[in-house]
Design a protein around this ligand. Structure first.
Ligand code: 4AD
Ligand code: MG
Length: 462
C-alpha cells in the first residue's frame, strides 16, 4: 500500500513501504545515490537511498529531476541530518520520464517572474506547493469559521445584469456574433442576445447576499469575482475570489467586530496548521513573515475615521513625507496612504470608517452629517486594503433617493429594493479578497503568485 510522503516522514522505522512521487533531486556517487522524492503532501521530501550495485544502471539514469517514480523499500532511521527516516530502496520503477533538456524547471532561472511564464509547471515547485496547500487550508478554515457560527453558504450567480459596486468595470457576457452585431436604432439590440439583455460577469455577490441574509439571517458567499479594471499592480487580478458575509441585525460595530475576529481566526489557523509551509516561505522569501503574522493576533485593530486619517496624512506631508498621489478630503486613498497609516503611523491593522459618500457604493448606510457613509475598510501591513464593507442603507426612502442621485437604472434593481420594501432590517456585511489574504499569510509580494492561474490584463494563458 502506498503511503504519502507526509505520513512516511511521521512513521516509525522498521516498515516495508511504497512511495510514489516526483524526483526533486538526485545526487551521490558510484556506490550510492540519494533521491529526494516529493508527492506534494508536504513541503518536505523523503530521502530514498539507492545502493547502485542492486540496480540496473540504465534504470537509474532515467531517474532525473521531475521524473515520476515508485519506490519500494525499508523505512529506516536516517543517519543524515534533516530527516528522521529515509527509504532504503529494494525496488524502483520509473513511471514517467522527464527529459532534463526540455523540463522547464530544470533551468537555472527559478525567479518568480520566470515561473509565471511556466505557470502550468510551476505548481511542481516547493514554493507553489506551499502556496497551494496554504490556499486550501485557508479556504477550508473560512468554511469552518462560518459553519461553526451557523452561517449559510449562499451560492450567488456569476452572470448578472447589475453592477453592484457601480464602478462599471465589468466583463460583458454575450453570444452575439461580434462581427455582425444586431442593431436597433443604431444601438446594440441586446434583446437578441442569449439572456435577452445586456449581461456581465459579477463584480460582487453582495446584492444577492443581502437577499439571503434578510431571509436566513447570516450568509456568506465564497466565489470567483471579476473586474475588468486595467490596473497592472501587484494587488489586482481580473479574476479573484471573494468571501462576502452578510448579516441581518448587525450594525457597523458588529460588522467590524466580525471582520476582526474572522481575519485573526484565519491567521491563527494558518499558524497552527501550515507551520512547515509558512516556515519555508519565511526562510526563502520574507524573513519577517512569521513575526508579522503573530503581530496582528494579540492586539486590537485601530479604528479611525476617514476624516481623521486625512488629517494624519496631511500632517505627514507637512512633516516631509512624500507620496506619489495627493491627499485631500474627498479622494480615495491609494495603497501608499493606507500603508503609511498601518506601517508607519499606527503600526497595526487599521479599520477606516465613515468615508465620503461619493467615493463609496450606493448601498452604504448614510450618516447623519449627509456627507459620509458607514463604510469600513480593513487595512493590513504590506497589503493595504484587505477587506471592504459597510452597514447597508436599510431605509427605503434614503436608498431610493441615493439611486436616483447617482443616476443608476432602477429597472435592474427593483428586486434589490424589495428587501427594504418588505420587512427591512438593519444589516451589514463585508468582502474579503481571498488573494489579498493569501498575500498576507504567505508573504508573497505579487498577487499573481498566490493564485494557480492568474488572470490579469493581457494574460489569460494556461
Ligand atoms: O472593496 P470591494 O470592492 O467591496 C465589495 O465588492 C463589496 N461588495 C464587499 C461587501 O461589502 N460585501 O472588494 C472587497 C475586497 C477588497 O477589499 C479586496 O480585498 C478585494 O475584494 N479586491 C480585489 N482583490 C484582487 N483583485 C482585485 N481586482 C480586487 N478588487 C477588490
Ligand atoms: Mg474597497
Amino acid at each position: 500500500m502506498r503511503k504519502k510522503v507526509k505520513e512516511l516522514l511521521q512513521s516509525a522505522p522498521g516498515e516495508q513501504v511504497l512511495a510514489k512521487g516526483w524526483v526533486r533531486t538526485k545526487r551521490g556517487n558510484r556506490q550510492v545515490k540519494f533521491i529526494a522524492l516529493n508527492d506534494g503532501s508536504t513541503i518536505n521530501n523523503i530521502q530514498v537511498v539507492v545502493n547502485t550495485e542492486n540496480f540496473d544502471e540504465e534504470l537509474l539514469k532515467r531517474v532525473t529531476t521531475g521524473a515520476s517514480i515508485a519506490v519500494w523499500g525499508n523505512l529506516v532511521q536516517s543517519l543524515g541530518s534533516g530527516q528522521a527516516v529515509e527509504i532504503q530502496a529494494t525496488k524502483l520503477e520509473v513511471i514517467g520520464e522527464c527529459d532534463p533538456m526540455r523540463f522547464p524547471l530544470q533551468k537555472k532561472d527559478t525567479s518568480l517572474e520566470y515561473l509565471r511564464t511556466v505557470a502550468h509547471m510551476r505548481l511542481r515547485t516547493n514554493t507553489f506547493g506551499a502556496v497551494l496547500r496554504i490556499r486550501h487550508a485557508m479556504a477550508f478554515a473560512i468554511h469552518k469559521f462560518f459553519n461553526d457560527k451557523g452561517f449559510v453558504y449562499l451560492h450567488t450567480p456569476l452572470i448578472t445584469e447589475s453592477d453592484a459596486e457601480g464602478a462599471g468595470d465589468m466583463f460583458q457576457v454575450t453570444t452575439l456574433d461580434l462581427t455582425n452585431v444586431p442593431l436597433h436604432n443604431g444601438k446594440v439590440d441586446f434583446s437578441k442576445d442569449f439572456f435577452g439583455k445586456k449581461t456581465s460577469l459579477t463584480v460582487s455577490g453582495q446584492l444577492e447576499g443581502e437577499l439571503g441574509a434578510t431571509a436566513v439571517g447570516e450568509i456568506y458567499t465564497f466565489g470567483p469575482t471579476f473586474r475588468a479594471e486595467n490596473s497592472n499592480t501587484p494587488r489586482h487580478l481580473a479574476e479573484f475570489w471573494m468571501i462576502e458575509p452578510e448579516m441581518a441585525f448587525y450594525d457597523i460595530n458588529d460588522d467590524m467586530a466580525l471582520a476582526e475576529e474572522f481575519v485573526k481566526y484565519l491567521v491563527q489557523y494558518a499558524i497552527d496548521n501550515c507551520a512547515d509551509d509558512i516556515k519555508f516561505l519565511n526562510d526563502k522569501y520574507d524573513s519577517t513573515l512569521i513575526e508579522r503574522l503573530n503581530s496582528v493576533l494579540g492586539i486590537d485593530f485601530q479604528k479611525v475615521t476617514y476624516t481623521e486619517a486625512v488629517e494624519i496624512l496631511e500632517k505627514a506631508i507637512a512633516d516631509g513625507v512624500k507620496f506619489e498621489y495627493p491627499v485631500h478630503w474627498g479622494t480615495d486613498f491609494q495603497s501608499e496612504h493606507e500603508r503609511y497609516l498601518v506601517e508607519k503611523h499606527f503600526r497595526k491593522p487599521v479599520i477606516l470608517i465613515d468615508f465620503p459618500k461619493d467615493i463609496k457604493a450606493f448601498y452604504m448606510k448614510q450618516n447623519e452629517d449627509g456627507k459620509t457613509v458607514r463604510g469600513m475598510d480593513v487595512l493590513f501591513p504590506k497589503i493595504g486594503e484587505i477587506i471592504g464593507g459597510s452597514e447597508r442603507e436599510a431605509s427605503l426612502e434614503k436608498l431610493e433617493k441615493r439611486i436616483e442621485e447617482l443616476g443608476m437604472s432602477r429597472k435592474n434593481l427593483e428586486w434589490y429594493i424589495d428587501t427594504r420594501r418588505f420587512g427591512t432590517v438593519p444589516h451589514s456585511g463585508f468582502g474579503l479578497g481571498f488573494e489579498r489574504l493569501l498575500l498576507f499569510i504567505t508573504g508573497m509580494s505579487n498577487i499573481r503568485d498566490v493564485i494557480p492561474f492568474p488572470r490579469t490584463p493581457k494574460n489569460a494563458e494556461f
